[in-house]
Design a protein around this ligand. Structure first.
Ligand SMILES: [Zn+2]
Length: 205
């Protein structure tokens, strides 16, 4: 079932997620619905507070896809490739974080807006999987960035809160005044950002 994704400034996005004590059938169903919702919205990550559920749960699939939706593993780092995706993550906790990286981030709760955010380049994240088993992810690349972005949601924090005061206010004021771009405009912006990211990647090589 595709769920409604809340958009900034919905106050429910500011609520902290509560830790999961047991992975119940209801939580498994929520995780599946979140994955379906994320894919339908062309996202690479979704946190439970974004669908109005204040629990520490996130779903992620950062595997790069071409226009036809085929997965292109060559664009992933070695560490990323070792992590089976899609990921369903309960109670994530960063146990190691090192080095810095930047990425032009977007968010399904702030559609049509993209800004460069600084994150840790490498992280180790402890979590519970769908069977309630404790696991550890060691990763870098886009997956590391995405994990940190989604974990922010569990604290009621958005990527636009991590920008400079001026940039953050510019975006927030624009949304308050004009609302969000149309789905067509959002798709257009997504395509542009995709191109810019490819370029940045090519230049970094
Ligand atoms: Zn987000």
């Amino acid at each position: 079932m595709v769920l409604e994704i809340l958009k900034y400034p919905d106050p429910r996005l500011r609520k902290k997620g509560v830790p999961v004590t047991e992975v119940t059938p209801e939580l498994r169903k929520l995780a599946e619905d979140m994955l379906e919702t994320m894919y339908a919205a062309h996202g690479i990550g979704l946190a439970a507070p974004q669908v109005g559920q204040s629990v520490r749960l996130l779903v992620i699939d950062t595997r790069p896809r071409d226009e036809e939706g085929n997965i292109d593993e060559s664009a992933m780092t070695e560490l990323e490739r070792q992590v089976p995706q899609p990921l369903i993550v309960f109670n994530p906790e960063i146990v190691v974080a090192r080095d810095k990286t930047t990425y032009e981030e977007g968010c399904l709760s702030v559609p049509g807006y993209y800004e460069t955010v600084e994150r840790s380049q490498y992280v180790e994240v402890k979590y519970l999987d769908i069977d309630g088993q404790e696991r550890l992810i060691k990763t870098d690349g886009l997956l590391a960035v995405c994990l940190q972005h989604e974990m922010d949601h569990l604290e009621g924090k958005l990527f636009i809160d991590r920008l400079s005061f001026v940039k953050s206010n510019r975006i927030k004021n624009r949304i308050q005044k004009h609302g969000y771009p149309t789905p067509e405009e959002v798709a257009e912006e997504r395509a542009k950002v995709r191109e810019r990211r490819e370029q940045a990647k090519a230049e970094a090589r």
